[in-house]
Write a protein that binds this ligand. Structure first.
Ligand code: FEO
Length: 400
């Protein structure tokens, strides 16, 4: 049978041999509406080297793409930049089928791969800055611990100035185009930012340090080849600059109002607050958690200066979808936010206090009064909500 899965040339010696997952819609809580790709790369050097693999069900697709360039049995080395299963799921079977001379990973990666897959063969641990000769080509390894797993590392193909960046600089975007310059720039900006907000945000201080480190080392990147989404082969400084901006988390004139509602009382409060925020000169985004997804909230919060959260009380607690989004946001550790809690209640009214407690845990600085209303907000209460929005907007402007 003729092979329908082809490799795509990235340079003369480097081929994309990954897989396209058009249908994935959830990545541990992050909604991936445009699917994803699992990028693996083949370096056809004197020592033929495979960089990363794919999610287990896509192994045949990857093997077919490799076979469109070389006999897969000729692969000498496999490098695992990141042991999360979307990149290493196919690794045990690939190792068993091809028996490469060596498999490389970071020290933590070598241990993690053994723990995840009970691989019964040696994985060679490499150190930060260590080089590997592929004969006519050289790879340099760079540890990127906690970006976003403890095992993560980059591999840099010196001669081509090509960075294999595993999850970093990637996005969840399934498309037939393999290069960023072939895609709609608006989609790339949105998906790269959504990916950063949902995956890398908690590690922003490490992202800034890494950018400083590679800048100080004077490394240049002609091509950045991530493990998800399109490959950057033009103006790679653009995506690095975006990472520096997102990681800095400098507040902008932007606010996010997140709420849930039972009988529209909390919704009326949310709308009045957002009117006040807008009157105060902020771009206010109102997000009702029955309509919005938690990963959309994470995206909107990137660069926001304010987070207001509202919930009515159900059985002495928050509404479940507010508990959901707060748990998610707490884990993402957004910085430099001010905010407020608000909500309505019928008789006990604990939800607002619960929101306040989470905002304190998230180090969201209190920006105004807490407004809690029994049953339905009257005109006076809605006016207070509006004024709260205006006051909070002034405070955001003071921090810009
Ligand atoms: Fe794409 Fe952290 O795996």
């Amino acid at each position: 049978m003729k092979n329908t899965f082809k490799a795509v040339p990235v340079t003369e010696d480097v081929w994309w041999v990954g897989a396209i997952d058009w249908n994935i819609r959830d990545f541990h809580g992050y909604q991936t509406r445009r699917g994803s790709t699992y990028n693996a790369y083949l370096i056809v050097a004197d020592k033929i080297t495979l960089i990363d693999t794919v999610k287990a069900p896509f192994r045949e697709e990857m093997m077919a793409r490799i076979a469109s360039v070389i006999d897969p049995g000729k692969i000498d080395y496999i490098v695992s930049n990141h042991s999360e299963m979307d990149h290493s799921g196919a690794l045990p079977e690939v190792i068993a089928a091809l028996n490469p001379k060596k498999v490389f990973a970071s020290a933590v990666g070598a241990k993690t791969l053994k723990e995840l897959f009970l691989i019964d063969r040696e994985i060679t641990a490499v150190k930060d800055g260590e080089t590997l000769s592929l004969g006519n080509r050289t790879l340099t390894f760079m540890e990127t611990r906690m970006l976003h797993w403890p095992d993560s590392m980059f591999s840099y193909l010196n001669d081509e100035e090509l960075l294999f960046s595993q999850d970093a600089f990637g996005m969840h975007y399934a498309s037939v185009e393999r290069f960023a310059d072939e895609c709609d720039p608006a989609v790339l900006t949105y998906e790269a930012a959504t990916y950063y907000a949902n995956i890398l945000l908690p590690y922003s201080p490490l992202v800034l340090k890494l950018i400083e480190k590679v800048t100080a080392a004077g490394l240049s990147f002609r091509i950045i080849a991530p493990d998800h989404g399109p490959i950057w082969r033009k103006e790679t400084g653009g995506i690095i600059g975006s990472y520096a901006k997102w990681a800095a988390q400098k507040p902008e004139a932007k606010a996010v109002v997140v709420y849930a509602t039972m009988w529209r009382s909390t919704e009326k409060m949310a709308r009045a607050i957002s009117e006040g925020l807008a009157a105060g000169g902020l771009h206010a985004k109102l997000m009702e958690m029955g309509a919005a997804h938690r990963s959309d909230v994470a995206y909107e919060l990137l660069g926001a200066g304010l987070l207001a959260v509202g919930s009515p009380t159900l059985n002495n607690h928050l509404l479940p979808n507010i508990a959901d989004v707060l748990t998610y946001l707490k884990g993402l550790k957004p910085k430099n936010l001010i905010g407020a809690a608000f909500g309505s209640y019928g008789w006990s009214g604990e939800a607002v206090k619960e929101i306040e407690e989470v905002l304190v845990e998230m180090k969201v600085e209190k920006a105004g009064e807490v407004i809690r209303v029994k049953n339905v907000p009257n005109a006076e209460t809605l006016s207070r909500c509006y004024e709260l929005g205006k006051t909070m907007a002034e405070k955001v402007h003071c921090r810009l």
